[in-house]
Design a protein around this ligand. Structure first.
Ligand code: ADP
Ligand code: MG
Length: 140
């Protein structure tokens, strides 16, 4: 049994439509536990840095503008194989390709406005968790 932590973000399209609770319910029902959480407004600088890995992709500027278009909920999820488990519950990046019952299938508006972010590896989860949270803010 591998207990892991991963970073989850409820994106502006979902906070705007009052879907925070429905999304967290899916994460909790999937066995993940929220061990840190805050609702924040990202600055352009933060969004650019967070998504820097995509800086050469054609969708980068639009993605940054979307991520600052309203508040987000950033949260740390903990559980067995939490990184992969969160990605499974989220569904594919493109909601048209996401499996039934996943967050993106049920709630995403588009490929860009796809309701949630989740770290894609254990190493990136550590980097992304520390981008938003100090150790003392995470309570198992
Ligand atoms: P994921 O969020 O599933 O890890 P990526 O890391 O590939 O996906 O992309 C980051 C985010 O950028 C996506 O969640 C989505 O909001 C946006 N995005 C990805 N690909 C595209 C695209 N082709 N057009 C517009 N937005 C995109
Ligand atoms: Mg990604």
């Amino acid at each position: 049994m591998t207990q892991e932590r991963t970073l989850s973000i409820i994106k502006p399209d979902a906070t705007r439509r009052n879907l925070i609770g429905k999304i967290i319910t899916k994460l909790e029902d999937g066995g993940l536990k929220v061990v840190a959480q805050k609702k924040i407004q990202l600055t352009q600088e933060m969004a650019k840095e967070f998504y820097e890995v995509h800086k050469d992709r054609p969708f980068y500027n639009d993605l940054v503008n979307f991520m600052i278009s309203g508040p987000v909920v950033v949260q740390v999820l903990e559980g067995e194989n939490a990184v992969l488990k969160n990605r499974e519950i989220m569904g594919a990046t493109n909601p048209d390709e996401a499996k039934p019952g996943t967050i993106r299938k049920e709630f995403a508006e588009s490929l860009e406005a796809n309701s949630v972010h989740g770290s894609d590896s254990i190493d990136n989860a550590k980097i992304e968790v520390s981008f938003f949270f100090d150790d003392e803010e995470i309570v198992g």
